[in-house]
Design a protein around this ligand. Structure first.
Ligand SMILES: O=C(O)[C@@H](CO)OP(=O)(O)O
Length: 206
């Protein structure tokens, strides 16, 4: 039985382009982000992948990316579950702030820690650990059982909500996840065994 799980971060958003901390805000995709979503769909189509089920967040940048990918796969209308558990990490007081201005104000190191560390939250926001505390229970309750039953599944979500899931899937340490970046609109293909352990990973960004 095929146990297929594909993760894809949304295409470039308007706030990615403006270099603003986004979190739970809901900007749309830029033209480049739309093109990235089409390319992701084409890549998956070229690999002859099809899906039985999709998951995404309640934010439009992820939903729109998923919709474009499904369009490329001729799977418009595929059963899709949307849940805020898959939302991007909440950036709290940094939301809407320019990342370079934040580096000037707080220092490069502090901003890197807030952006990429495991358990240090930005002021008023969520750490990656806190994000994982909502992503992983949802994954284990709603996504994994369906993948293990043979439902070929795609999850379109966000850089940090997916990093928290990848940390679990790939057994990464807090030091390793610190260095893990996800490009916009680039699918990562996982195949799992019957226990949900990763057998293979194919990062289409690579
Ligand atoms: O601003 C955000 O919400 C995230 C993702 O775009 O940014 P970062 O990659 O810096 O965590």
């Amino acid at each position: 039985m095929e146990r297929l799980l594909v993760l894809v971060r949304h295409g470039q958003s308007e706030w990615n382009l403006k270099n603003l901390f986004t979190g739970w805000k809901d900007p749309g995709l830029t033209d480049q982000g739309v093109a990235e979503a089409h390319k992701a769909g084409e890549q998956l189509r070229d690999l002859k992948l099809n899906f039985d089920l999709a998951f995404t967040s309640v934010l439009s940048r992820a939903q729109k990316t998923l919709g474009i990918i499904l369009e490329e796969l001729d799977q418009i209308g595929l059963e899709t579950l949307k849940d805020q558990a898959l939302n991007e990490r909440d950036y709290g007081d940094l939301t809407g702030m320019n990342k370079d201005e934040a580096r000037e104000k707080f220092g490069e190191e502090q901003v890197h820690i807030w952006r990429r560390s495991y358990d240090i939250p930005p002021p008023g926001g969520e750490s990656l650990k806190m994000t994982a505390e909502r992503v992983l229970p949802y994954y284990k309750a709603e996504i994994l059982p369906r993948v293990l039953s043979g439902k070929r599944t795609i999850v379109a979500a966000h850089g940090n909500s997916l990093r928290s899931l990848i940390m679990e899937l790939e057994g990464l340490s807090p030091e390793e996840i610190l260095k893990r970046e996800l490009g916009t609109g680039t699918p990562i293909i996982y195949r799992l065994d019957e226990d949900g352990k990763v057998i293979s990973v194919q990062d289409l960004a690579a």
